[in-house]
Write a protein that binds this ligand. Structure first.
Ligand SMILES: Nc1ncnc2c1ncn2[C@@H]1O[C@H](COP(=O)(O)OP(=O)(O)OP(=O)(O)O)[C@@H](O)[C@H]1O
Ligand SMILES: [Zn+2]
Length: 801
């Protein structure tokens, strides 16, 4: 349950889910808003309703399945009964309106980097009064604690008692990813001494053909130089009734010394300490794969001063609105908008696409990208800590914090595995000698080997490393995945629903036909239409307005302008109401004739979109606009089909055009005339058949995007919201990133599976060998270390995908 809470916590950082801020309906009642991660279908709503409605003190429930939130209006002194009831039916509820329940403090704990330490801390703090929620991020070594106002000192003291030095991060530090890379400091000296003395103990033992006082001394030196921190950590764990690997190793090594296996105890300790170091180093590599991206931004930039001169200034000090100059070959330091000059910029660090993009005044530029040819000046639009790149890194780091399904499974497994094997070890040490007259020392030794085998670290470590590597690899391709869940689910996609305008097509249609209708004057109807169109941001309107501007058509004053989503626009010109819109609008106005319909259909089957200018007097003109499909769309659709993913186009445009464009792009099927809710309904229908993804860019796609199992946002680099709201944000508008994402997801799943099989396989082999008496302790440690290294190495392989 606790993991799930932390997952939800990761999500709750996103701005998608806003706590409901309605005033309570009944006076005297309060409202609590929960985000319930695993509540997304009506049967769950029914379950929760059934459980909570009967609860004394609960006055009202408000469900939002789309946002997975539940607002509880209540008259309770404490929400404990509500939370308990939710937990009892398996709902992972996280309080959203945190402000009322204390505060969240983010702590940096440098020594916390492995799941066993997490368990230790969780057990200690999880039961502490005043602590509401814990959110671990082992990769960043941070812990966010939600707690009552006064308990922070207690929290810090508790951590201290566990041997962890915690540092409170202030809000600014917590929000912006720091540029510095994290590395685990290693103290090589004790390890070296330990290794030498352990080897010497082995050698002396061999020379003497048995134990000798010098063997004992050498072994003790080896154990205490190499294993002191293991012992310390193991002792803390045992005191907290926790069997982590440090505890297991401490017991095993101590046991081995007690039964006189001195050189082996020494060797086991050295190997274990070494394995720890190597593991920590590999984890650093995975961690820094993402941080490394931030190193791409230069520390300095050339900024214009108040007196007009140019000066080198530290990037962090540069304010929004400053004017910055970039030389050819230089990296861009901050996000901005080009003011003067032209150049080609390599945007690979953001979009994963190394083909240079032409930049001229008005175009956006991004921190971390490389200016290739010309020099130009730009106006800064975001401070260094809020650049697109910084936000990407922040999002990926947050994504690591949330647990992917496999990790949840593995953690759950490890929780049972270790105590069970520990129990078996005790049985092995006691039962055969007691009841079958077997030799004590022999079976105690076997039990100690089992303790080493009981260590689940290879298994536990393999999942986060693989997921982080997958996330980092995706980020390098310009694919921002907002949680390990999506990386794991991507391989299961059966359907991809695609928006048309701006997703498959360029989204920049041009007017192709202008047809007068009835007895209107051509010039007059063009200027009326253009005047209305100029007021709208819709691509179809833009095309009409653009064509009129090119032809020098004069614009008129528009009053009472309004947009009619999915239909068109309307407004008053010279006291008369005009509409500019599609056939749906025409029908609503009752102005459709068979003759007109025929004309429209003829244009639409050519893949054009038609809008009409209509007033009370009738239809005045037809405007046809045509959009072109992106070259990348065709090949992306073909790749998706090759991956076994079906495609369906969902568009607000008319069915004829939809068919024509779908045919050009090679899409399986197309649905036209859809309003936002219709798109949502279509996605829901597809969801019955399997995992469904939806890719779109417009506002009219938002409900469908949110409902899809994976919502992809296109062209996220320029926009503020797309990065935050989508499940997967594609930094440019190349559909080809979706097959790349699916392949990466499949590769990740494969690595995860290989790692689990590998880690468990080695354990299984040793379990058998221990019972047959063929396994020695140091072989078990060696195998455990080997397994850890193999799974970590295998996970890091994803970084190169
Ligand atoms: N502001 C507008 N100006 C002109 N026509 C409009 C406007 N808004 C909607 N329309 C008409 O309604 C149709 C549907 O619009 P909608 O915005 O739902 O979808 P779309 O942008 O065409 O396609 P997609 O769903 O693929 O993004 C448009 O094709 C156009 O004919
Ligand atoms: Zn281990």
């Amino acid at each position: 349950m606790s993991e799930c809470a932390s997952t939800a916590c990761g999500c709750s950082a996103g701005p998608i889910i806003q706590p409901t801020t309605q005033a309570p309906a009944t006076t005297g009642s309060a409202q609590a808003v929960y985000r319930i991660e695993n509540m997304d279908c009506p049967t769950e709503e029914a379950l929760i309703r059934g459980k909570l409605v009967g609860l004394a003190g609960v006055v009202g429930l408000e469900f939002n399945l789309m946002q997975r939130t539940l607002a509880v209006r209540h008259e309770l002194p404490s929400l404990f009964p509500v939370e308990q009831a939710l937990t009892a039916i398996g709902m992972q509820a996280v309080r959203m309106d945190q402000a009322s329940t204390g505060q969240t403090t983010k702590l940096s704990i440098t020594k916390m980097d492995c799941p066993t330490e997490e368990t230790l801390i969780r057990n200690k703090l999880g039961t502490m009064a005043g602590v509401a929620d814990l959110d671990f991020n082992l990769m960043q070594r941070t812990l966010s604690v939600r707690h009552a106002d006064q308990v922070l000192p207690d929290v810090l003291a508790a951590l201290q008692a566990l041997g962890f030095e915690a540092q409170v991060l202030d809000t600014a530090e917590a929000a912006s990813p720091s540029a510095s890379l994290v590395t685990t400091p290693t103290n090589w000296w004790p390890l070296g001494i330990s290794f030498v003395t352990a080897s010497a103990a082995e050698a002396v033992y061999w020379l003497h053909n048995g134990n000798h006082w010098s063997v004992v001394v050498l072994a003790l030196v080896a154990v205490f130089t190499g294993g002191l921190s293991t012992y310390k950590k193991g002792w803390i764990a045992l005191k907290n009734r926790n069997l982590n690997m440090n505890a297991l190793m401490s017991i095993a090594v101590t046991g081995a010394m007690l039964i006189g296996h001195w050189p082996e105890a020494a060797m086991v300790m050295v190997l274990f300490a070494l394995a720890e170091v190597i593991e920590a180093k590999s984890l650093d590599r995975a961690r820094n794969a993402i941080r490394g991206l931030l190193d791409l931004t230069p520390e300095q930039a050339t900024v214009q001063q108040a007196d007009g001169t140019w000066r080198e200034v530290g990037a962090k000090q540069i304010a929004i609105g400053s004017r910055v100059r970039v030389k050819p070959g230089e990296r861009i330091a901050l996000d901005g908008e080009v003011l003067e000059g032209r150049s080609a910029v390599n945007q690979a660090p953001i979009t994963g696409e190394s083909l240079p993009v032409e930049k001229s005044p008005g175009d956006p530029v991004f921190a971390g990208t490389i200016n290739e040819s010309g020099s130009f000046e730009y106006r800064v639009t975001a401070v260094a800590s809020n650049s697109t790149l910084a936000r990407i890194i922040h999002a990926v780091e947050a994504a690591q914090g949330s647990r992917a399904p496999t990790q949840r499974f593995v953690d759950q497994f490890a929780r049972w595995y270790t105590p069970i094997v520990f129990g078996v070890a005790i049985a092995v040490a006691l039962l055969p000698p007691l009841f079958m007259g077997a030799a004590w020392l022999d079976w105690i030794y076997r039990a100690l080997v089992l303790l080493v085998v009981a260590c689940p670290c290879a298994l536990v470590i393999s999942t986060p490393v693989s997921i982080v590597s997958g996330l980092a690899a995706a980020a390098r391709h310009g694919i921002l995945i907002k949680g390990g869940v999506y990386l794991e689910e991507g391989r299961k996609l059966r359907w991809l629903a695609l928006d048309k305008t701006g997703t498959i097509t360029h989204g920049k249609p041009a007017q192709t036909d202008f047809v007068t209708w009835g007895n209107a004057l051509a010039a007059n109807s063009r200027s009326i239409a253009a005047s209305l169109a100029a007021r709208s941001d819709h691509p179809v309107s833009k095309a009409v307005a653009q064509a009129a501007q090119t032809d020098g058509v004069a614009l008129l004053d528009v009053a009472e302008f309004s947009a009619l989503p999915g239909r068109g626009v309307q407004g008053q010109i010279n006291g008369e109401t005009y509409h500019l819109g599609n056939q749906r609008m025409l029908e609503a106005l009752g102005q459709c004739t068979p003759e007109l319909e025929q004309r429209i259909a003829a244009l639409e089957t050519m893949g054009k979109t038609v809008v009409m200018l209509v007033s009370a007097k009738g239809v005045h003109a037809l405007f046809a606009v045509a959009d072109t499909i992106k070259e990348s769309s065709r090949s992306a659709i073909a790749e998706l089909h090759a991956l076994g993913i079906n495609t369906m186009m969902l568009t607000g445009d008319n069915p004829h055009t939809a068919q024509a464009i779908a045919a050009q792009a090679g899409i399986d099927s197309a649905q036209g005339n859809l309003l936002p809710d219709d798109k949502l309904r279509e996605v829901e229908l597809l969801a019955i058949k399997g995992k469904v993804g939806m890719v779109g860019d417009g506002i009219n796609d938002a409900p469908a995007l949110a409902r899809a199992d994976i919502g992809f946002a296109m062209g996220a680099a320029g926009t503020d919201t797309a990065i935050e709201t989508a499940d997967v944000a594609l930094m440019d508008d190349n559909l080809g990133k979706i097959p790349t994402f699916v392949r990466l997801s499949r590769a990740t799943a494969q690595v995860l599976m290989q790692n689990i099989v590998l880690a468990l396989g080695i354990k299984a082999v040793f379990l058998v060998l221990t019972f047959t008496g063929q396994a020695t302790m140091w072989m078990a440690v060696f195998a455990d270390m080997g397994a850890s290294l193999l799974v970590v190495g295998n996970g890091l392989r994803l970084l190169r995908k």
